[in-house]
Design a protein around this ligand. Structure first.
Ligand code: PMP
Ligand code: GLN
Length: 380
């Protein structure tokens, strides 16, 4: 049989590769981004409660109303912005499905989509499956900042969408108000859409405020935003998220969503709706994760790994150029197999596989696990 791959250059995602390698070699897994501790007992009990009460058939296509209403309330509370739960919020199977659906709903053959690299690895294949053309803008270590003049040069009459991600995986950098205003000025008066991946909205440190695209009126009109409850409530295995977008964009988004999944996990939607009633559940997250970041950095101080500033997300980059000349993919494998700590090599997030000799560690782990990993890294 002759099969023509629609994604000839795509292999298995790095997250699956590194987690498998960590398991095979019994290494401490700081690679794939997921917590090694439990989600709140209150939330787990709510899920059991709604399963027991029999909410086990299809949820409404856009998501249950109480959850959409609770999300609108949360947005009002966090950013003082009104969003209509009926026409602007759709519940998805994690942010990955929200991203895929948003791209599929709007990107046509030949459309150009600007992504900011190093970029989360689902963006480019999703664009390519729609016949879109990936136009990468490369950030550079150690600041990973956008240069407005260089960025503006990428916009052409074929630009359909710009994908941004703040706080940014894998670098831990954040977009500031000036970056968002630059984007707003660049896209105003055009038909360019923005896809703003804000799954780490609550994981932001040192008193910085998350600059959501919702805060910039001209940007808000053209932006689809994606979020992940897995990141916010420590249960990545539940694959729950949502998309916020103006009514015109949500209408198109739902046309694809209804045939992509129709609707997502019903009892968990009801549980999260109730859990969101207490804002403390998400307001305490910056402190919770900043303590983890600082604990890990403290333990890593005497190693030969040099930290890159982390302002958000639960990822910490380290430069290992003083330790080895190996390519980062080789170094990460070696570190897993020989030294017992798994990480993610950052070059895989660049389309040209640019190797800056930095690797990413996930610090959404217990202090015991972070300390044990640092002890091993001290010997490298
Ligand atoms: N975007 C970014 C930047 C991510 O790091 C992740 C991983 N959680 C996702 C999207 C996907 O989120 P989810 O697990 O909810 O699909
Ligand atoms: N977002 C997670 C990370 O960056 C992993 C998600 C996945 O495994 N696809 O590590």
């Amino acid at each position: 049989m002759n099969i023509t791959s629609k994604l000839p250059d795509v292999g298995t995602t790095i997250f699956a590769i590194m987690s498998k390698l960590a398991n095979e070699h019994g290494a401490i897994n700081l690679s794939q981004g997921f917590p090694n501790y439990e989600s709140s007992p209150k939330l787990k009990n709510l899920v059991s409660h709604f399963v027991d009460k029999g909410h086990n058939q299809y949820a409404p296509m856009p998501g249950v109303q109480p959850l959409r209403a609770a999300i609108a309330k949360k947005i009002q509370h966090c950013y003082d912005i009104a969003v209509d739960p009926d026409t602007e919020i759709t519940i998805t199977a994690g942010a990955t499905q929200a991203l895929f659906t948003a791209i599929t709903a709007f990107v046509k053959k030949g459309d150009e989509v600007i992504i900011i690299e190093p970029a989360y690895d689902s963006y480019a294949p999703s664009i390519e499956l729609c016949g879109g053309i990936v136009v990468p803008y490369g950030l550079e270590a150690p600041d990973f900042k956008i240069n407005p003049a260089d960025f503006a040069k990428l916009i052409t009459e074929n630009t359909r969408m710009i994908i941004i991600n703040t706080p940014h995986n894998p670098t831990g950098s954040i977009l500031k108000a000036d970056d968002m205003k630059m984007l707003e000025a660049l896209t105003s008066g055009t038909d360019i859409l923005v896809l703003s991946d804000e799954v780490y909205e609550h994981l932001i440190y040192d008193g910085e405020k998350h600059q959501t695209a919702l805060l910039f009126p001209e940007l808000k009109k053209r932006t689809l935003l994606t979020y992940s409850f897995g990141k916010t409530f420590h249960n990545t295995g539940w694959k729950m998220g949502y998309c916020v977008a103006p009514p015109m964009l949500t209408k198109e988004f739902r046309k694809v969503h209804q045939f992509n999944v129709f609707s997502v996990n019903h009892p968990i939607q009801l549980a999260i709706a109730e859990f969101l009633a207490d804002p403390e559940e998400y307001l305490q997250l910056p402190d919770f994760f900043q303590r983890k970041r600082d604990f890990f950095l403290g333990k890593m101080k005497d190693t030969r790994f040099k930290p890159v500033p982390c302002r958000g997300t639960y990822f910490q980059l380290f430069d290992y150029s003083e330790i080895s000349n190996k390519k980062d993919t080789e170094f990460a494998k070696w570190l897993t197999i020989e030294k017992g700590v798994a990480s993610i090599p950052v070059s895989v997030f660049y389309s040209d596989r640019k190797d800056e000799k930095v690797i990413r560690f996930c610090f959404a782990k217990t202090e015991e696990m972070l300390a044990a990993a640092a002890d091993k890294l001290l010997l490298v």
